[in-house]
Design a protein around this ligand. Sequence first.
Ligand code: MV4
Length: 448
Amino acid sequence: MFRKILIANRGEIALRIICACKELGIPTVAVYSQADQHSLHVRFADEAVCIGPPPSNESYLNIPAVISAAEITNADAIHPGYGFLAESAYFAEVCEACGIVFIGPSPAVIRMMGDKDVARKAMRDAGLPIVPGTDKIKGPFSSAVNLGEEIGYPVIVKATAGGGGKGMRIVYSSEELPGALEVAQNEALSAFGSGDVYLEKYIPVARHIEFQILADHHGNVVHLGERECSIQRRHQKLIEESPSSYVTPALRDEIGRLVVEAARTVNYANAGTMEFVFDDQGHYYFIEMNTRIQVEHPVTEMVTGLDLVKEQIRIANREALGYKQEDIVFRGNALECRINAESPDTFFPSPGTLKTFHPPFGIGVRVDTAAYNECVITPYYDSLIAKIITYGRNRQESINRMKRALDMTVVEGVQTTIPLHQSILRSDDFQAGRIHTHFLEKWNRNGG
Ligand code: MV4
């Protein structure tokens, strides 16, 4: 097993990785910025190295600083968590070149999936259904109008380097297309350093459902079912759930077989997620693959009983999966609510000091957090305070547990998404499982 793992991240996910390492008996190294000096990941790791000033570019994204920290502490593996360097093929290559194991898939696979139009073609060739669409679009954009006509409106413009909704535009007619391509290109160029864009047919009322896979270096691949992620706002997921009330056991089995086969075709190793959009006629289409552990991984852990972070570490250590697909049992239902520090009116982050933080507790409740009384939510990083995860024998039980867990959560000093979650959970549509990617647009706090 690894001698020592460096965690190239902060916040709750850094703590989550420390938990896994402690259970596996592996010493840990935290890295931190000057803004995170008093953070719990620094306290709970065996060693800690300051890697720079608060801005991410100078600390958590600073590859030479992270690698130096691994070298001086003699760490032989790095877990990148999510965000920051987690999907940097270049960082994974640098780790390899320095003789440090990157806990994630190979640089080649990360690079393939990071280019969304390469990824969709690779997954189509590997047998997944994809949305009708185009290759990367070459200018002048006026000549793209016939591509839009071929696909049929509405179409969606996406950045090849995208993800998270940046550089995306929905287009309803030919007249709007050249302008939308231009805007998306500029947005993508400034956000990702690449202005490449492509078109897909837009699936209007879609569910956003993703499948989790695990693959080892010996050709074993399993799927861990799906997560329903349709409750989003401005491309930020708010509530995730497993299983999805939309996916029958037969459909889970069908898509599960497809994603396992696709992962095998591209020689995928480690944890990964295939994202799909579902239309209202039972069709589903692959849209992108995430090559990292995801924020919402706990709901999958609750229904499968697996520890995904420990699995990632064992896989990176080249151990074989200790189970087959038929050994994976999906049991009960799990929900996750992301508690962010934000204004309920403007939805903007609301950084500040948590005067009181009292997490919920009790049967069926899990809280993944790095918060504590008097801790500071800084404006430098994301505004996630805690993930509240509830588990129940069925969806109703986990909803009831989530409602009472939210009622028993105390966060003072900053505004949070808790009131929004409480009203979503009370709504008839949510309770009935009538959810889709535009759920929050036509929905208000008194509604439901
Ligand atoms: C789509 C789609 C419908 N049709 N692609 C959003 C983020 C990125 N991962 C892909 N996303 C989507 N891609 C096609 N062809 C719907 C979404 C989508 C979405 C779109 C607009 C507003 C909110 C959304 C929430 C989830 C997914």
